[in-house]
Design a protein around this ligand. Structure first.
Ligand SMILES: [Cu+2]
Length: 146
């Protein structure tokens, strides 16, 4: 009789362990899709943010200036009081710095923009605002405020 009780207890213990393991297995399976979904959501949020000017890939090497595609578009026209948002789509750092390479005007400077970082400026005065990248002398473009 005692032997039966002991073997029953062992059986119960084993089945409890098996159920516990399968439950924890289910839990870990549930976590994975949730993580992927939240990642997709954050990517969607980034895509939904509107970029007026894009810093495309591979502009950290010379050559984009030949086709004038270091910043796209290289000339953007906005109304007085309007804003411009840049997006760095490259894997390298870039800046949006007012003036020309070696001659910054100190009106604005984004600092180093990380990959997929945005930078927004409002323009309250009419004029042509040249800007460049502090890291890559061949990268320059303009904001024209009308
Ligand atoms: Cu650059």
């Amino acid at each position: 009789m005692i032997k039966k009780i002991i073997s029953l207890a062992i059986l119960l213990g084993i089945s409890a362990t098996v159920i516990g393991l399968s439950l924890s297995g289910l839990n870990s399976e549930e976590i994975t899709p949730e993580e992927i979904i939240s990642e997709e959501t954050s990517l969607e949020t980034e895509e939904m943010m509107k970029a007026d000017v894009v810093i495309p890939t591979k502009v950290s090497r010379p050559g984009c200036d030949i086709e004038d595609i270091c910043y796209i578009p290289s000339k953007i026209i906005v109304e007085k009081g309007g804003s411009v948002t840049w997006l760095n789509e490259d894997s390298a750092f870039h800046t949006v710095t007012s003036g020309f390479y070696g001659e910054p005007t100190e009106l604005f400077d984004s600092g180093y923009l990380d990959p997929y970082q945005y930078y927004t400026l409002s323009f309250d005065e009419i004029g042509t605002f040249d800007y460049f990248c502090e890291l890559h002398p061949w990268m320059f473009a303009q904001v024209i405020v009308e």
